[in-house]
Design a protein around this ligand. Sequence first.
Ligand SMILES: C[S@@+](CC[C@H](N)C(=O)[O-])C[C@H]1O[C@@H](n2cnc3c(N)ncnc32)[C@H](O)[C@@H]1O
Length: 254
Amino acid sequence: MSNVFFVGCGPGDPELITVKAKKLIQKADIVVYSGSLIPPTILKLCKKGKLHNAAGLVREEIFDILYKNAKKNKFVVRLHDGDPSIYGAIKEQIDNLQKKGISSVVVPGVTAFLAAAAELGTQLSLPGVTQTIIVTRAESRTKVPTREKISELAKHKATLIFYLSVHLLSDIVKESLAGGYKKSTPVAVVYRATWKDQKIVKGTLDNITKKVRDEKITRTAIVIISNVIDSKSYEYSRLYDKKFSHGYRKSKIK
Ligand SMILES: C[S@@+](CC[C@H](N)C(=O)[O-])C[C@H]1O[C@@H](n2cnc3c(N)ncnc32)[C@H](O)[C@@H]1O
């Protein structure tokens, strides 16, 4: 019996795949991939293997493909967009494979919020603004624990990042304001970060819903609410301050 490899292949730009992920796809006999979010160029790396699109399959069908092929000693890759650990539903598959004696290996990838931050050219934490990044989703069919309500998270005034939620943007705005964010708080929505048809919409809590509606963005986007976006007022980092000493460098002030 072989391992099953749960592999992240990045946000869309085929050059943002890791060397490891590329080698595993090239070697695979079987690749089960996460539908339209996997770029065709990456799927073409799978020369000798058989491809299965998970978009049309349910959990049990995916499990069957992974399990039966691993049992036959096939080299099996479950290919995820971004990073498999971020809203990737891998735990249930790993546990069910384990129950049948099959081990899994997880290979990380560049997740969408990091690609979005890169495309915005921003830093997600800034001294004097926030040192905390909260990654979450708005509630829809998947329930979110009450203590993680957006209005509760917003109280921290940290960088708030939403997956799977752009279609619920008006709720996100309402809850963020209820949690204490000002109407002038900057918001960025990055649609299909790093893909050729990427769109970036920037605004504030006051106007972002209309701007995103005008752009007809209803899916595959990251929403970032934070004063780090285009911030003019922040402090320089201590780490690179000439007065600051640390394990690898003495202060440059005599
Ligand atoms: C099921 S989650 C999978 C996330 C993925 N595992 C990751 O690490 O990026 C799908 C959601 O990820 C976000 N997403 C995935 N790729 C994206 C991209 N290239 N640009 C913006 N958002 C993306 C969207 O919020 C989308 O609804």
